[in-house]
Design a protein around this ligand. Structure first.
Ligand code: URA
Ligand code: SF4
Length: 203
């Protein structure tokens, strides 16, 4: 099954958000608290696509509001990208997690879940029609640019794609948070900001 049957006619972001709230196209709707739809203006010039909402996003119903989102905000600011010019969303719209004690630990979405949720992302791309598309991390990159795409090899490069005029991928901000020490975190954050500066250059 896929979300295709939930997509409304003549979609606008408002109509899509409302329809997505009732999506049951894959089993993840049972796991998450709510659908976390993308956020931003339909005039946004740049779209950022992450993997899936995290624990905090699941509770608040908004993308990138937790620790990874705060880091993204900081990096965007350092790169000189106004978040109000951006539309931010995820490849999968429900939080997939496994219980570890009392904590809910992120679990990676599989291809079936990504495929089921893809119509929402395609509809967002169609309505927003961003000039620039940025995949954050391997899940978004492989979903949008192909399974063979390697973020580690091609981060910060422009990729030929029908999806937008300028398309690129970089690491996921969570990968910076997972670094073991301050030095590695600093280094990874600087590299992430460098990738975002390339994006800033075409805005
Ligand atoms: N990680 C993501 O990929 N997306 C979010 O919205 C939050 C964390
Ligand atoms: Fe629908 Fe996507 Fe949620 Fe699955 S993850 S129920 S496809 S919105």
């Amino acid at each position: 099954m896929s979300a295709a049957e939930y997509i409304p006619d003549g979609p606008t972001l408002e109509k899509l958000r409302e329809a997505a709230a009732a999506c049951r196209a894959c089993h993840l709707w049972e796991l998450g608290t709510q659908t976390v739809f993308g956020e931003g203006s339909s005039d946004a010039q740049v779209m950022f696509v992450g993997e899936q909402p995290g624990d905090q996003e699941d509770q608040e119903g908004r993308p990138f509001v937790g620790p990874a989102g705060k880091l993204l905000d900081r990096a965007l600011e350092e790169a000189g990208i106004d978040r109000s010019l951006a539309y931010v969303t995820n490849a999968v719209k429900h939080f997939k997690w496994e219980a570890r004690g009392k904590r809910r630990i992120h679990a990676k979405p599989n291809w079936t879940e990504l495929a089921a949720c893809r119509p929402w992302l395609d509809a967002e791309l169609a309505v927003v029609s961003p000039r620039v598309l940025v995949c954050l991390g391997a899940t978004a990159a492989q979903s949008l640019l192909g399974k063979q795409f390697r973020v580690t090899q091609h981060r910060g490069e422009w990729v030929e794609s029908e999806l937008a005029e300028h398309v690129t991928a970089t690491i996921h901000p969570s990968a910076i948070l997972r670094q073991r020490d301050d030095e590695s975190r600093r280094r990874e954050l600087a590299a992430f900001v460098d990738d975002l500066r390339i994006v800033a250059g075409v805005l």
